[in-house]
Every structure is written in C-alpha cells, then in structure tokens.
Ligand binder design. Structure first.
Ligand code: SF4
Ligand code: SF4
Length: 104
C-alpha cells in the first residue's frame, strides 16, 4: 500500500495531513496530467469544526484508482510507494488532485 499524504484539510477524513477513511478512490479515467485526477472520496467538512472521527488516520492506505494512464496504476490499484493528494483550499472532490500521477 502507498504511503499517503493529503493536503485537502477541508475534507472530513483529514487529520494532520493523514487520511482516516481507511481506503480511498482516485478517479481520472482519461487523465493526462495530475490536474485531471481527483480524490473522489473527498467529503467536505462543511462546518469546519468536526474533526475526523472515522478511524485512526494511517499513512499507509489502500488506493483504488481509475487513472489507467498513470504509470503507477495496475489493475485499477495504485502501486506507487508514496501518494500525495493535493487540495489545501478544496471544498469539493474535483478541486483535489493526485500530484503523484505520472503519465505512462
Ligand atoms: S481528500 Fe481523500 S485522501 Fe484526503 S483526507 Fe479526504 S478522503 Fe482522504
Ligand atoms: S499515483 Fe497514479 S495510480 Fe496512484 S493514485 Fe495517483 S493517479 Fe492513481
């Protein structure tokens, strides 16, 4: 499983740049660059007050991914050692992206 870091601090699952969801789904079916991808597991922390209460955040996480043009994608799973999800001001999933994407 990749080591994950996430700067989408407005997501309910984010705690100290780690993710408490347990597994995530990255989408980008026709992606040619990072901005064409996003973390579709993102859920906005609308109130801004509720911290992640879904589970203990882990830096190792299962990442399913539909970005088949990425060199780290194998059978719709991410095989990268490290994944960086970006979106410090994101309030919806389309504003996030996987910075680790590299075109095959
Ligand atoms: S944006 Fe994705 S990786 Fe980041 S905390 Fe939310 S669900 Fe986890
Ligand atoms: S590095 Fe590639 S395969 Fe892994 S989550 Fe990002 S876009 Fe998907």
């Amino acid at each position: 499983m990749p080591t994950l870091s996430c700067s989408a601090v407005k997501c309910v699952y984010n705690e100290n740049r780690l993710c408490g969801k347990g597994d995530i789904k990255v989408t980008g079916d026709h992606a040619l660059e990072p901005r064409d991808t996003c973390c579709s597991s993102f859920r906005e922390n609308a109130s801004g007050t509720v911290k992640n209460s879904f589970g203990e955040p882990s830096d190792q996480i299962q990442v399913d991914c539909s970005a088949c043009n990425c060199q780290y994608n194998k059978d719709m799973e991410c095989q990268a050692d490290r994944v960086d999800i970006s979106g410090p001001s994101s309030s919806r999933c389309a504003q996030t992206e996987c910075c680790t994407f590299e075109k095959k």
